[in-house]
Write a protein that binds this ligand. Structure first.
Ligand SMILES: Nc1ncnc2c1ncn2[C@@H]1O[C@H](COP(=O)(O)OP(=O)(O)OP(=O)(O)O)[C@@H](O)[C@H]1O
Length: 207
């Protein structure tokens, strides 16, 4: 058991009387991108939200490094396990102000996280209102990286981006996985799955 393994164990999720996940088990390993696939409505987002406790399963457990996430401090869990959403979630203000919302660091450190997403320190004073969708999503990824997460949950992070911008995010994620991060990436795009995935988990098939 590695400290960054994510294990989903027989999770059941009911919401408002509907069965959304019916006994799902999966394991996500460090140093790899696992693509989570499945038809629309199969519960991919619902599964991802359990991992950093944005939601709590009706039964079953999610373990991170062998420890039930229900027993972890939620802020500490979310620092260790970052999440990127389908649409960029910037705060108003400059790129620097956004990175500060992740963690107070020096500009040198901010330059390093921007570099990890193929941006440069020249971005720091730009207002997020003036950035493209692809730039914004990369700033949001950089913001998450300021807390030095061990794992990343990515919920269709490129679905609102053009193909070139999507490739940049894919390349950044591949490099992060190469450096040992555990990456769980929801996608319904089978070509993207084939480009990025070391492992594939199909929600729906395995229930
Ligand atoms: N709070 C809720 N109350 C009732 N139903 C919900 C709730 N949250 C999600 N659902 C339903 O659960 C099912 C799974 O939703 P989820 O967003 O996890 O699927 P998904 O596989 O990510 O879908 P997509 O590929 O379309 O984004 C859907 O039918 C959705 O309508």
């Amino acid at each position: 058991m590695d400290g960054r393994d994510v294990v989903v164990d027989q999770v059941v999720v009911h919401r408002n009387g509907r069965l959304i996940l019916d006994g799902v088990s999966a394991a996500f390993r460090p140093g790899a991108i696992t693509a989570v696939c499945g038809p629309s409505g199969s519960g991919k987002t619902s599964l991802l939200r359990l991992i950093n406790r944005l939601d709590v399963p009706t039964s079953g457990a999610v373990r991170y490094g062998g420890v039930d996430v229900a027993g972890l401090d939620v802020r500490e869990l979310r620092r260790r396990v970052g999440m990127i959403f389908q649409r960029p979630t910037p705060f108003p203000g400059t790129v620097r102000a956004n990175l500060r919302q992740g963690a107070e660091r020096s500009d040198t450190d901010y330059a390093r996280v921007l570099e990890q997403v193929a941006l440069t320190a020249s971005m720091l004073d730009r207002d997020t209102a003036d950035l493209s969708g692809g730039e914004l999503q990369r700033v949001c990824l950089a913001r998450t990286l300021t807390t030095e997460p061990e794992a990343l949950l990515m919920d269709e992070p490129t679905s609102s981006l053009d193909p070139d911008a999507a490739r940049v995010v894919e390349d950044a994620a591949r490099a992060l996985a190469g450096a040992g991060m555990t990456i769980v990436w929801v996608t319904h795009d089978l070509q993207q799955r084939d480009r990025i995935a070391d492992d594939v988990f199909a929600v729906g098939d395995a229930q």
